[in-house]
Design a protein around this ligand. Structure first.
Ligand SMILES: NC(=O)c1ccc[n+]([C@@H]2O[C@H](COP(=O)([O-])OP(=O)(O)OC[C@H]3O[C@@H](n4cnc5c(N)ncnc54)[C@H](OP(=O)(O)O)[C@@H]3O)[C@@H](O)[C@H]2O)c1
Length: 253
């Protein structure tokens, strides 16, 4: 019995904890949500347009025997963020891990990049994590919790056709470091910066093949690689804060 209890504890390091993943209905956010649920956390995901996928993800999350909810939240809109966090507090009662995952991505030639495109990118990728974190502070302080921002290799390396995306992610990396200092000692703040992640999309297969050849580890990343890094920061010593961890197979070296 004692052995079973010990084994259970090590497999469910987040039992009794609660996590929120913005943009968690699909792709990497969904994978992170499932990883956190598998580790025992009750999970709230937010979505903006993917309501149907969010409902499916909630069903899959609940299959791990945890509480799971999905809420609509537009991270650009302070009212929407406030309402979502209020609802999360009501539904789950506490918050231990916030994953700022929701983001925007597009390519554009520098000469043609419009102000609207620039502002939209920053509103989602930089102002969004700031707003959601600010509204989650009270609960995170109380639990001595963690914030995990989803950055990007594009925030560490310049990609010429993604000036707005790269700049917004670089700003998110700095926001991670600023928040780590500003919110210590109650809240640990870290960032996972994925490189090229292969989500199995057929239209991306030629690009993926080319990128795998250029990557020291000779493959692209997977959703599992990124989820493992998120789980690391969700369970790591609280002493680890302000770090930006590239998950890129060495591509950025
Ligand atoms: N995939 C990669 O290879 C890669 C590489 C480097 C970094 N990253 C980073 O890792 C994270 C996840 O990547 P991903 O490819 O899975 O992301 P994604 O599919 O581009 O976006 C994730 C979710 O963000 C949500 N979202 C967009 N605008 C929003 C808004 N205004 N308010 C609320 N939610 C909004 C969307 O929700 P709805 O669908 O509900 O509208 C979307 O499903 C992102 O931060 C991304 O920048 C990814």
């Amino acid at each position: 019995m004692k052995e079973a209890q010990t084994g259970e504890f090590s497999l469910k390091p987040l039992r009794g904890k609660t996590a929120v993943i913005t943009g968690g209905a699909r792709r990497l956010g969904r994978a992170a949500a499932l990883g956190l649920a598998q580790a025992g956390a009750d999970v709230a995901i937010t979505y903006r347009t993917s309501q149907r996928e969010a409902q499916h993800t909630v069903i899959d999350l609940a299959s791990f025997g945890v509480r799971a909810v999905a809420l609509r939240c537009d991270v650009r809109d302070p009212k929407s963020v406030k309402a979502a966090l209020k609802e999360i507090a009501r539904e789950l009662g506490r918050l231990d891990v916030l994953v700022n995952n929701a983001a925007n991505y597009e390519t554009a030639d520098f000469e043609k990049l419009s102000l609207a495109q620039w502002d939209e990118m920053f509103a989602v990728n930089t102002r969004g994590p700031f707003l959601v974190s600010q509204h989650a502070l009270k609960m995170l302080r109380k639990s001595r919790g963690r914030i995990i921002n989803m950055g990007s290799l594009g925030g560490l390396r310049p990609w010429p056709r993604q000036a707005h995306y790269c700049a917004s992610k670089a700003a998110e990396h700095m926001l991670t470091r600023v928040m780590a200092k500003a919110l210590a000692p109650e809240i640990a703040v870290n960032c996972v910066a994925p490189g090229v992640i292969d989500l199995g999309e057929a239209r991306a297969s030629a690009f993926m093949k080319k990128m795998a050849e250029q990557t020291p580890m000779r493959r692209n990343g997977s959703a599992e690689d990124v989820t493992a890094a998120i789980l690391f920061f969700a369970t790591a010593p609280h002493f680890i804060t302000g770090q930006v961890l590239a998950v890129d197979g060495g591509l950025g070296l």
